[in-house]
Design a protein around this ligand. Structure first.
Ligand code: FES
Length: 107
């Protein structure tokens, strides 16, 4: 008998806020497959494509060339396209006081 393939999952608690429509920010929790080499940008894209219209910035798509995807993951600031995804993540904008929408802040 073949052992079942263990399927790892990520659970991401994500900061959500649209100041033009909402009075207070909130956190939404999303789940998805956690695969090798997956980074936080992949997680954000998965959430965008699978769940809803999460707002975040991406430009060069990876490799820390543009730096536009700066984000806070589990309390540490870094680039979403270079931070490895983990099983449990809290994903927030770099400055909650300057949020334009979700993870996008005024630059
Ligand atoms: S998207 Fe350019 S550094 Fe992440």
């Amino acid at each position: 008998m073949v052992a079942p393939i263990s399927e790892k999952k990520f659970v991401a608690k994500v900061f959500r806020f649209d100041p033009s429509k909402e009075k207070e920010p909130r956190y939404e929790t999303y789940e998805g497959p956690l695969v090798p080499q997956m980074n936080v940008m992949d997680v954000l894209r998965y959430i965008y494509e699978t769940y809803d219209n999460l707002a975040f910035r991406v430009s060069c798509g990876g490799g820390s060339m543009c730096g536009i995807c700066r984000i806070k993951v589990n309390g540490k600031v870094g680039l979403a396209c270079t931070i490895p995804a983990t099983e449990n993540m809290t994903i927030e904008p770099v400055d909650k006081d300057k949020v334009l929408r979700d993870l996008i802040v005024e630059s």
